[in-house]
Design a binder for this molecule. Sequence first.
Ligand code: ATP
Length: 349
Amino acid sequence: MNESFLVIQLSKLYPEFKLQVELEIEKGEFFSLIGPSGCGKTTLLRLIAGLESPDRGFLYLNGRNLTAVPPANRRVGLVFQDYALFPHLTVAENVEYGLQVQQIPSSKRKERVRELLSVFQLEALASRQTQQLSGGERQRVAFARALAPEPLLLLMDEPFSALDYGLRQKLQKDLGRIQKHLGFTVIFVTHQQEEALSLSDRLAVMQEGRVLQFGTPQEIYEKPFNSFVAEFLGDANLIPCHLEQLGEKTCIDINEHDRLELPALPGYPSGNYFLMVRPEDFQLKGLKGPALKARITVLEYLGFSYRMEASIGQYRIKVLIGKEIADLKVGLEIAVRINPQKIRFIPQE
Ligand code: ATP
């Protein structure tokens, strides 16, 4: 009936929280779930793993209905931020554990363990106890252990959150490479928007137990569905405005004084909107056409660029600009231009 690799249609009711999610995920995808604390990311992972039962709905993985299948038989692996390694077992024994549970013959087990220790560069640590490992090493063991029984789907709940920045970046790269190499499908929960944008093929933004928007990182970053998504993923300027379609032109009134006249932007009926511009999409020069008058209120030199705040009447905007602009200073009035192709309008709710 359904063709997607993973079809999720689940709802779960707790006394003070309701989760209701419909999603389809493709084979081999790296799919991230992001959203504020308490929006239901972990609950959704636990439902997919079978650690919680849904009140309604179903779950299909590779054409198989998993809704009533016990966790151990789902072919779904799990990696959590606390690693949950077995302290009394060595690295190799931890990796082998799931294969023993599945009663895989010894020679096959040893071969699979060898392969995974090699993929995760853990060979030299094979006979170490897990308490003698660093955080990054433990995390690699947790990945290897979860992948040993060849899950079709790997669920990861903030697996890098206990690691420092450098190590996190290295493990992210390793994970991305290994995931594409071995071809398993991932659902990844993270609080780090940069991590979600750089690792994911697609991602879903959740709020209060629901998926607000899903799509590729570019789609969600460039075309957020509402102001919550715009502000949750990246930095966004949301300037209240009135938009009027006038045939060949689209006119945008901000503050009752500032008026932008743009070539017709189809798809937006006249009305009240937020003009959404990412800080990096403003330009001070190099673009022709209408501009907004802004007064610089904050100017910070970041090395690779300037970060600026400026006032447009009563509104404050954040602007990131290249270093080619000289003679900027606080108090100066400037003209900020926006590439019409980068402009989005989000209806005021
Ligand atoms: P975080 O990012 O902080 O980990 P999250 O998005 O993963 O948050 P969940 O842990 O899924 O959020 O929790 C979602 C909501 O469900 C919370 O309000 C939580 O209190 C509630 N909840 C989770 N498990 C239970 C439970 N067993 N009984 C009652 N309420 C629960």
